[in-house]
Design a binder for this molecule. Sequence first.
Ligand SMILES: Cc1cc2nc3c(=O)[nH]c(=O)nc-3n(C[C@H](O)[C@H](O)[C@H](O)COP(=O)(O)O)c2cc1C
Length: 458
Amino acid sequence: MKIIVLNGSPKGDLSVTMQYVAYIQKRFPQHELKIINISERIKRIEKDEPTFQGIMDEVRMSDAVLWAFPLYLLLVPSQYKRFIELIWERGATDVFKEKYAAVLTTSIHFFDHTANDYMRAICDDLEMRFVGAFPAHMRDLMEKEGRQKLFLFASTFFEDVEKNAPAPKIFKPMTYGNLDYVSSPVEDKIDAQDKKVVIVTDCEDIQTNLGQMIKRFKDSFSTPVEVINIAEMNIKGHCLGCLHCGFEYLCRYEGKDDFNEVFRTKVQTADVIVFAGMIVDRYLSSTWQMFFCRSFFYNHTPSVVGKQVGLIISGPLSQTTTLRQAIEGWVQFQQSNLVDFVSDQYEDSVTLNLLLTDLARRLISFSEKGYIRPRNFLGVGGMKIFRDEIYGGLRGIFQADHRYYKKQGFYDFPQKNYKKRFMADIMTLFTKIPPIRKEFPRRIKKGMIKPYQKYLKG
Ligand SMILES: Cc1cc2nc3c(=O)[nH]c(=O)nc-3n(C[C@H](O)[C@H](O)[C@H](O)COP(=O)(O)O)c2cc1C
């Protein structure tokens, strides 16, 4: 059997993910796993049509496709996202139709569920026969259990292909609304006072719904709003995953293009940030993903802390939980506040006008009050992963993160909280005494609310 492995790592052959592929190849020498480096060669694939067509020919002649990539910023690397966009732009979706597909990711499990969901949706959109995903931790291959699981994943993948197994689909095709939005002038404009409002967008056409939504939002203010257009910005290239930034937050592209400077001087200094973009396939565009990946020069350190963030989206937002979760996760990791999403999924322009202006009002109001709502599972869980990873295996590479985490008290390991541990031990001891144990269910409810009472008096 011939499997085409589409390698999403910008590091090409020196990729951790490809070590997993190499292991599968070693254990299954009867099958050919042909690796094609996608992200590493994206510029060539984009510019040179025969190179792209060569890849399509390989896919056409294969029995199955293995989408193998590292997690980058809660999704796929922006180069890989660009390749996926090219499949549609160049009318090559038929090449993938009915092909068996599986997904292999390596990461530290920070939002690997969003990346896996994204890729599965893409497989469904391409009408592929998706038969499995393997969301590995980047160090799993070094453990016996990890290798066993990888072996089983590969063997079931090959078996499914050989047996011509049926494959369920879980994502329906996206359906787009037909609102032709035209913004109208705003009467009661908002005074942002000393709050700096910045819109970051990749919108290239003011006449589109997105362009008109940005216009309405901007017009909602009587005070200046800065627009940063990442599609027009001097950005030399995608994040290469070189980790040059790990020691001092200094990117390899520093001084060679405008990204890092603009990020520091315009994005980081804003009080209110609005991201405005169009849904392209199942997420924002690859230009947007490049923006997020390039912001990784701050590694795992929150770099836009305490901001109010709003999202203006053109496209079927309600049909992509992946996008909403990834953005929410990113904002919570940044210790900022996601105020809301506004999309053009409405029947009429009047409703959208109101929502956009009200988003402006809420962003300023929250900013004035300094309101950051509590993080949920996405932010709390995500931060615990980073805490453990930076303290543990990744500290040597991400030294700047380590210094920041130490200074900010991020290393809040529960085992260091001696008072809590002591109290838990005492309770465990007491509940071993039969009469206390018997009374326990009757007293637990009262006992649990007792510590709150002092805050409720008066
Ligand atoms: C720019 C960048 C962004 C990353 N983003 C994530 C992420 O969002 N979630 C995660 O769990 N790991 C993330 N990682 C870690 C990589 O996914 C992980 O190290 C992976 O194994 C690298 O594989 P590769 O060597 O094949 O490129 C990121 C790494 C880099 C360099």
